[in-house]
Ligand binder design. Sequence first.
Ligand code: IVH
Length: 715
Amino acid sequence: MAKTAKTRIPVDVAELTKAQAKVEHMRLALELEGHDKRYYQDDAPSVTDAEYDALRQRYNAIEKRFPEFVTSDSPSQKVGAAPSGRFKKVRHAMPMLSLDNAFAEQDVLDFVGRIERFLKLQDDKIDFSAEPKIDGLSMSLRYEGGELVTAATRGDGAEGEDVTANIRTLEDVPQKLKGRNVPDICEVRGEVYMTKKAFLALNERQKAAGDTIFANPRNSAAGSLRQKDPSITASRPLGFFAYAWGEMSAMPEDTQSGMIGWFQRCGFKTNPLTKLCHSTDQLIAFHRKIEEQRAELDYDIDGVVYKIDRIDWQERLGFVSRTPRWAIAHKFPAERATTVLRDIEIQVGRTGSFTPVGKLEPVGVGGVIVQNVTLHNEDYIKGIGGDGEQLRDGRDIRIGDTVVIQRAGDVIPQVVDVVIDKRPKNAKEFHFPKKCPCPLHTDVVREETATGEEGSRARCTGEFACPFQKIEHLRLFVSRRAFDIDGLGEKQIQFFFDEGWVKEPADIFTLPRRNARLKLEEIEGYGETSVRNLFASIEGRRRISLERFIYALGMRHVGETTALALARGYGSWQAFHDAGLKVAKGDEETIAEMDALDQIGDTVIRSVAAYFGESHNRGIVERLTKEVTILDAEKPKSNSAVAGKTVVFTGSLEKMTRDEAKATAERLGAKAAGSVSKKTDYVVAGPGAGSKLAEAKKHGVAVLTEDEWLKLIGE
Ligand code: IVH
C-alpha cells in the first residue's frame, strides 16, 4: 500500500505550472471550505488564524496569477461558510464582506500606495479611521422606521442566521434608534463580543456543570448568541461595538468618522480607541500603541483596521472580490509570555494515547489566563522533534523550568523555549511513565509509525479494559461534533459510567427505557424537567448523518475530515461497514478501493482494519446500530465531464502527484479507483505504466495521457 507522500514543501506560486496551480487551487478551496465551516458554523476552528491566513494568501496568490481559475463559488468570492441551519436564514440587503490582511509595515505602505494610485491623488491628503479589530462576530442590525426588525450573523456573507430574538437581549443594541430624522432604513453593522472576564467566569460555570468549555471569548460569544432560548443569551454578558453599515435609505454623514459619531447619537457604543489618522506614520504608530495596550483591554482584538475616511472615496475604490480596496486589517503577531512549569501530568486519551500536559504558574497571554500547556510527547520534552531533529537547540523541559509560551489565535498554547539561565538547581527531569495511571496499571508502549519504526506517542495497552479509554470514547461520542447530546457533559458521563449505567454508546439510547428502574429524576441534581430534557435530546439524536456516525466511533486517525471523506466515498453505512469488515480480513480489492479515496491512506486503512478486526468493537457497533438510523451521505455534486465516472491513474504523472490527481478527480465528482475493472471509465497512464495499462486494454477501457485527462477536465 505504498503511497506518494502527501505533505510537500510548497513550491513558490510563481514557479507552479498551470496544471499544478489548478490542482492546488482546488485542494486549497476544499481545505479553506472545511476551515470556514469549522470556524463559522461550529465555532470550533482547527487551525490558528495565522495558519488560515497563510492558506488564504497562497490561494489568493494562485488566483492572482491565474485569474481564470476564479469561479463564483470559490472561497475567495465567499465570506465565511453557509449558515448552519439552526436558525432562519436572512439574505443581507448588501453583502457582508471581509477585510484583506496586512502583517508587515510594508503591507500597509503598499495598501496606501495602491489607494493613491487608484484615486490618482495629487495633493489631497488621505484621512483614515483607525480602529481596533475586535475579535468577536460581525452582526448586521436592520432598523425600519427607527425600530430594530432583524439581526443577522454574517453567515457566508450573502446569507446569515436570524438571531433577532437573541440580539434583543443585548443592552448595547437599542431597540429603537435615538434622535429625530433617522433614515427609514438603516443597517448598522458591528461586532458582538464577550469580555475576557465574562468569558473566564462563563467557562468556570460551564466546567462545573460539565458543559462545553469555550476556547476563547469569540467562540463563547458565538455559542451564546446561537442559543435557541434567548433567556440563555440574556444570561451571558455580550457587548456590541458599531463600526460599519449596510443598506441605508439615506446617508446621515459623508465620512467614516462622521458615521461613528452618528452611531453614538443613535444610542450605540463605538470603540473608544478609534482614531482619525492623517498619515501612514500615524497608522503605524496607532498599530504599535494598540498592540501595547492589547493585554490590558478587557476584550480580545487581533489587530487594527484602517479605513479611508471619505465615503465618496470608499465608493470610488470599491471592492476586489470579497474585500474592500478602501480598508485593511493590520494584524498582530502571536503572543508570548514567560512563566514557570510547576508539574507535568499525563492525560490518557480515547485511544489510550498519552499526552503530557504542562501545569504552569498561571500567566496572562493576550488577556487569557493560561495554566496548561501541551507538551506533546516524551521526545518533545527531551528536545527531539518528529523527524529526530533538535528542538529548542536540544534543550529539554524540566519541572521548575522557566518556559516561554506562545498562544497564536485560538490554539492551545505551546512551549516555544526554555530559559536555561533561569533553570533552578533542583529542576526535575521528567521520567515518562512506564505504566498507565489507570487502576489497571497496564504497560505503556510507544506507537509504531506508518513505516513500522518506533513513533513518539506512548499508549496504554489496556485497550477496552482501560476505564480512561472507555470514558474518553463516551465523551467523544456525545460531543458536539459527534452525536451532540445536550445534557450529557463530562461530569454526567463520568457519573453514569461510575454508576455502571452507561458503559458503551448504545447504553445512552437505552437509558430512557431503563429509567423505570433507574429513576434518574430521584437523583440529587436531577429533576423531572432535566431528565425529560435529557431524554428528549437523546431521542432527537437517533437519526444521524453518516460522517458524524463514523466520527463518533472514535477510530484512531479518523477525525472529522477523514470521517467525511469515508462517508462521501462509501455513501451509506452498509457500504462502509461491509468495506470495514473486508479490510479487516485483508481483502486486497477493498483495501485498494479505500486507498483510492481522496484523503485516505495507509494509516487510516490500518486503523479501520484494526477497529473492525476487534470483536469488542463489532459488538459495540452492532448494539448501537440497532438504536439509531444512519442517514446516507451526500455525494459530491458536479456537472463536470467526468462526474460519476471511475478513473484509475497509473504510471508516473508529470504535472501533478498521484494524490493531487485523485483529489481533483474526486472534487469533480469522479471516483478515483486503485485497480482497473470493467467498471473503469478511464485509465490515465503516464510513463512506466505496466499491468494496469494491460488490464485497461483487456477490458477495452479508454486510456488517456496526462495531457488528455487535463483537457477533459477543462484544463
Ligand atoms: S469593517 C467591509 N471594522 O473583522 C468591511 N471589521 O476580517 C467591513 N472586525 O467581518 C468590516 N473589528 O467581523 C471592520 N473595526 C472593525 C472591525 C471589523 C472587527 C471584523 C468583522 C469583519 C472582520 C474582517
